[in-house]
Design a protein around this ligand. Structure first.
Ligand code: F6R
Length: 261
């Protein structure tokens, strides 16, 4: 795992955006996996800025999002379809016909999940997958103790995640209990994962992900088995890491071609 630690989240978003640009520039038709939630917002703002200044184009990109709530239609302001339009898609030059999110309102959800997996394959797999991490160690909405071999499927949110996500709803009772999410195996097949985490609230999950045993009790820990993962942390999210100084040492000794900034 490549661990990059920055003083503040803004600096993390900048290095993450540079990595994003590096990967996009090496593929003629990049396939990107995207996440929602509070964490990637700074990254998306930086990508928009790069796009506006002519440094980055999404015109040849195809995108697949990690997840969507069951029962929220795309026009619902709390849906991830809406989040992606207002926080990224409407402000860059991505072709709308190349945008994919799970359909949380499909008549046959199980078929829709299988179709989503097929679609990812059809486009040749995901080159770069953006991830956040839940305070309980989830990635996508793969909650603790779920299968580490899962595929895109309907999952039930944990009570903790429902509480954490209640800030986006008027009433915690309105938070859907069910989501469609890419599975862990789907994420593991992506060619490069870029996981961002900020703040002390994530520190324990971050420690378990990077330095704990690989275990379904912290789904993100499976990323230890992924061939190419970059984890970008702020100091607060990194503060429980035993080998923090080592990660900084490694980054300080990178060769030029291994650097993003
Ligand atoms: C969102 C997603 C989730 C979030 C995680 C962290 O698409 O897949 O795993 O990344 O819940 O959420 P924030 O960033 O709001 O703390």
């Amino acid at each position: 795992m490549e661990i990059l630690i920055r003083d503040i989240p803004e600096e993390g978003a900048q290095v993450a955006a540079k990595l994003f640009k590096k990967i996009l520039s090496t593929r003629p038709q990049p396939v990107i996996g995207l996440a929602t939630g509070g964490t990637p917002l700074r990254l998306y703002r930086e990508l928009i800025r790069m796009h506006q200044s002519g440094e980055l184009s999404f015109k040849d990109c195809t995108s697949f999002n990690l997840d969507e709530y069951v029962g929220l239609p795309p026009e619902d302001e709390r849906s991830y379809h809406h989040y992606m339009r207002s926080n990224l898609f409407d402000q860059v030059d991505i072709d709308p016909s190349r945008i994919h999110l799970p359909d949380g309102c499909a008549g046959d959800l199980r078929q829709a999940c299988r179709d989503y997996e097929e679609k990812i394959k059809e486009f040749g797999g995901i080159d770069l997958q953006v991830l956040g991490i839940g305070a309980n160690g989830h990635i996508g909405f793969n909650e603790p103790t779920g299968s580490l071999a899962s595929r895109t499927w309907v999952k039930i949110l944990s009570e903790q995640t429902i509480k954490d996500n209640a800030i986006y709803f008027d009433d915690p009772e309105e938070v859907p209990r069910h989501v469609v999410t890419m599975g862990i195996a789907t994420v593991m097949e992506t060619r490069h994962c870029l996981l961002l985490a900020n703040g002390a609230k994530k520190a324990d999950a971050v420690r378990r992900m990077i330095e704990g045993p690989v275990s379904a009790s912290c789904p993100a820990s499976i990323l230890q088995m992924h061939k190419r993962v970059t984890i970008v942390l702020d100091e607060e999210a990194a503060y429980l890491l035993t080998f923090k100084d080592h990660y900084k040492w490694v980054e300080g000794n990178k060769l030029d071609w291994q650097k993003y900034d």
